[in-house]
Ligand binder design. Structure first.
Ligand code: CDP
Length: 233
């Protein structure tokens, strides 16, 4: 790999990761996850009775994710409140997590997952998904596995992992490519594949293979955070 990255990383290196669970005392479960300067927190509330009542389903609970960038998380202050972007990311986050959460055990209820980005330097949806998976586990929600998420992209022709904002805005070659991926930690099931930009179809296989590998390191960081929380009790 010859690609030169602005922060000196090799093509397939993630930014330094940090994770901690139990950071929001008033939530039923919570976690922080960061990739370098991108910092996400997630708080889980529930399962609790879903209102309005007509939305309740006696056969299952529902998962409701809300993602938002805090105003001060980006260089140009973000207007508070929901946007098209935040609604889309909330929805894909929900879809990324749904396959691992056992909602059948909680009929008529909702599990709320609130994700806030404290600092944004690209990859916020992926850091948010990693934090949310941890927060759900910390809340004691039955899950078949954790979910790990990362964004890959291209710098000119090289595939690179976990792009920062400068890399995500790279205009050389075929222009910026941002490929957000989430997968079940211990399986081959991908729960998010969201491509912004261009990539040759034959390179998609390579991206999936690299994502599979780097998600192992993300899972290690998530596991360590959960283990530390158990040991602290
Ligand atoms: O954050 P992610 O890569 O998942 O999503 P994006 O929509 O591709 O946004 C990329 C980056 O643009 C964010 O991580 C922020 O650093 C930046 N951004 C911003 O500065 N202001 C916004 N209102 C939205 C995004």
């Amino acid at each position: 790999m010859t690609v030169k990255r602005s922060d000196g990383r090799k093509a397939h290196d993630l930014r330094p990761m940090k994770a901690k669970v139990g950071i929001v005392p008033n939530a039923d479960g919570s976690a922080m996850f960061s990739f370098g300067n991108t910092v996400a927190i997630a708080a889980v509330y529930g399962p609790r009775q879903l209102h309005p009542q007509h939305m309740q389903d006696p056969t299952t609970g529902i998962l409701r994710c809300t993602y938002d960038l805090l105003s001060f998380s980006v260089s140009d202050r973000k207007k508070p409140g929901p946007s098209r972007r935040s609604q889309e990311i909330s929805k894909v986050t929900e879809w990324a997590l749904l396959p691992v959460v056992d909602l059948k055990s909680f009929p008529n209820t909702v599990i709320d997952v609130q994700i806030y980005i404290l600092q944004a330097d690209a990859g916020t949806r992926t850091a948010g998904i990693n934090a949310a998976a941890l927060a759900l586990a910390h809340a004691g929600i039955p899950m078949k596995d954790l979910v790990c998420s990362v964004a890959l992209g291209k710098l000119d022709k090289d595939i690179v992992v976990d792009l920062n904002k400068e890399e995500e805005d790279f205009e050389g070659g075929e222009g910026p490519t941002d490929f957000a991926i989430a997968k079940v930690a211990n399986g081959d099931e991908f729960t998010l594949l969201q491509l912004d930009g261009k990539i040759q179809p034959e390179k998609v296989k390579e991206v999936i293979k690299i994502a599979h590998e780097v998600c192992k390191s993300i899972y290690d960081v998530q596991k360590k955070a959960l283990k530390e929380a158990v040991e602290e009790q």
